[in-house]
Design a protein around this ligand. Structure first.
Ligand SMILES: N[C@@H](CCC(=O)N[C@@H](CS)C(=O)NCC(=O)O)C(=O)O
Length: 240
């Protein structure tokens, strides 16, 4: 990790935040890493929102290309895959399939599991127990995980025979099923895919950055982490 690396990554230890970190570790690319601290609302600071108008992580700046800025994790992975020619097939059909599964993550798995997590982990502990919303998003998350499971029938990875940016982008969300309190019983193809990706050293290295967090992943919830996480959003929930 060096200060004169091309890629400067601004991120945090979250499902979207880990996507580019996993890519960069897998591709063994040198990069500069800045931790955006949510507890200080750095993602909403003026300097950061000039890079990312959405005020969310992740963002990259390509110092090697006139400080070109890319926001939105799907666009970031696509940019990195093209810049480093890794994890995206040159075959037009396989390339299209990779992008299809990326869109499926960006438009489905991420938003739905994100809402299941919000209602379970943030709204409920702060006094907004919304049974209807929880059921709606957990059911939809389960349905989407079933789609992944079916896709993985007889396959090692989501597209072709190779690990691609479709796997990299989907893994952090799907793997956090317990954080979304979404059951994966019976989804044996999905479990096998988790095992294969869990076993990749670059993935484990990336998950420790920029700051190790204990609970999104583990099946056992860690009380202190849960309480701190919920408290961080208490004022937002009350503000509605
Ligand atoms: N569609 C965006 C979503 C980014 C996003 O929601 N990031 C979350 C962390 S996973 C965030 O920055 N949350 C802080 C906030 O909302 O203030 C992407 O894929 O990059």
């Amino acid at each position: 990790m060096s200060a004169n690396a091309d890629i400067h990554l601004y991120t945090a230890s979250t499902m979207n935040g880990w996507k580019p970190t996993i890519f960069l570790e897998e591709a063994e690319v040198d990069y500069q890493l800045t931790h955006i601290d949510f507890s200080k609302k750095e993602q909403k600071s003026e300097w950061y929102m000039e890079l990312n108008p959405n005020g969310r992580i992740p963002t990259i700046v390509d110092r090697g290309s006139d400080n070109f800025v890319v926001f939105e994790s799907g666009a970031i992975l696509w940019y990195l895959a093209e810049k480093y020619d890794r994890f995206l097939s040159h075959d037009p059909r396989e390339r299209s399939e990779t992008l299809q599964w990326m869109m499926f993550q960006m438009g489905g798995i991420g938003p739905m599991m994100g809402q299941a997590m919000y209602f379970h982990r943030i709204a409920a502990p702060n006094g907004q127990e919304e049974a209807f919303s929880i059921k709606r998003y957990v059911d939809e998350s389960r349905r989407l995980l079933e789609v992944l499971d079916k896709r993985l029938e007889g396959r090692q990875y989501l597209v072709g025979d190779a690990y691609s940016i479709a796997d990299i982008i989907t893994f952090p969300w799907a793997r956090a099923y317990s954080w979304a309190k979404t059951p994966i019983d019976g989804l044996e193809n999905l479990k096998g895919w988790f095992d294969r990706i869990d076993a990749r050293p670059a993935v484990q290295k990336a998950l420790q950055k920029p700051k190790p967090v204990p609970a999104f992943w583990s099946s056992a919830d860690e009380e202190k982490f849960l309480a701190e996480n919920a408290a961080r959003f208490a004022s937002d929930v009350k503000a509605g």
